[in-house]
Design a protein around this ligand. Structure first.
Ligand code: ATP
Length: 331
């Protein structure tokens, strides 16, 4: 890819959202959102269904207008960009291509509208690995092929800012792996990449930074590393067949101990060295002591517990229970 620069028409390649608010009738879709997407990294935009991710992206891309606040690409609103295709690329809905149109023709038409050379169309088709399939009609494409065509379209103008709305939704494992690697490589080239998902696990190996949203608000704006460290806490995981004795010994030394598996204890308030020392001293056999490492999914569940739009009522306590397994609920 030639000529990628970390600037747009208006300035540095960033997306800056400030105090964004949008209502649809009685529904507040976006409720005062502020965040920045920096160049050179993948920023995950995560939140349950209905959290306001798509609405925010549509406003950034000038497809919807905000009631309040600003959304800037390289310092300018989308509508003020002189050559939008060269400054920002996006994939919002892979199904948006006319089924009767050949993939390559779709891109040629877009390239033509921006006076881009035909050569660029073939370059992006190669980049996304569509090759010969590009001469077939889009109506016969698999979901994965449509996603690739959508990504090719986003890259046509070689833009330094990219937005992808749920790009791996519904893809097979191979398609998911390909998109993850591809997003990372786009960020490594210095681009600002914003990618939304309602499943944290989809971003586990992709995002460097996360903007977590719930009910139209930012819940967390953090690097993945910091989030995992905070969710992991100072806990230690112990594997032992002598669970009851181990619990007594550790609790006696001031630890708070929870049985978290058949052979597993999670210990707080003691570090790993002290745990080893105490168990060894008491003659308790154990096969492993390690710092507890939370998964991104755990961290996310913790963060969004109270922020899902469609919470199921808990049958016993009456408290809303976060429904994080929302795949089936997708539009
Ligand atoms: N055009 C619209 N008219 C009315 N309500 C809308 C419209 N677009 C979005 N909404 C509502 O605004 C809220 C936020 O929707 P949005 O699609 O932005 O969320 P999301 O985080 O992208 O969710 P998903 O993961 O389901 O795509 C939802 O309650 C949704 O029903």
């Amino acid at each position: 890819m030639d000529g990628i620069t970390a600037t747009t028409d208006g300035g540095e390649a960033t997306i800056e959202v400030r105090g964004l608010r949008k209502r649809f009738g009685s529904v507040t879709a976006v409720d005062g959102l502020s965040f920045t997407v920096e160049p050179g990294q993948v920023t995950g935009f995560v939140g349950p269904n209905g959290a306001g991710k798509s609405t925010t992206m549509r406003i950034v891309l000038g497809l919807d207008s905000a009631d309040e606040g600003t959304a800037l690409i390289g310092g300018r609103p989308y509508r003020a960009l002189r050559t939008p295709l060269l400054e920002v690329g996006s994939l919002l809905d892979a199904a948006a291509v006319h089924p009767g149109r050949r993939g390559r023709d779709h891109l040629l038409w877009m390239a033509h509208s921006h006076r881009l050379p035909v050569r660029r169309v073939d370059e992006v088709l190669d980049l996304v690995g569509l090759g010969q399939a590009a001469r077939r009609r889009a109506g016969g494409y698999s979901l994965g092929m449509r996603q690739r065509l959508g990504i090719a379209a986003a890259l046509l103008g070689d833009p330094p800012v990219l937005l992808f709305d749920e790009p791996v939704n519904g893809l097979d494992p191979e398609g998911i792996r390909w998109i993850r690697g591809f997003l990372r490589s786009l960020a490594a080239e210095g681009r600002a990449v914003l990618v939304s998902s309602h499943l944290m696990s989809e971003l586990e190996d992709t995002a460097d930074h996360l903007v977590v949203v719930g009910r139209g608000r930012v819940i967390a704006d953090t690097s993945v590393r910091e989030l995992l460290a905070a969710a992991s806490g100072d806990r230690v995981e112990v594997r032992t067949a002598e669970r009851t004795t181990a619990m007594t010994v550790l609790a006696g030394a001031g630890a708070s101990v929870a049985a978290t598996g058949r052979d597993t204890l999670t210990v707080s308030r003691l570090d790993a060295e002290r745990v080893v020392e105490l168990l060894g001293g008491a003659g308790v056999a154990f096969s492993g002591v390690a710092a507890h490492r939370a998964t991104l999914e755990e961290a996310y569940m913790e963060l969004t517990r109270d922020d899902v739009e469609f919470a199921a009522e808990h049958p016993v306590s009456g408290h809303p229970v976060a429904d994080h397994s929302v795949e089936e609920g997708k539009r």
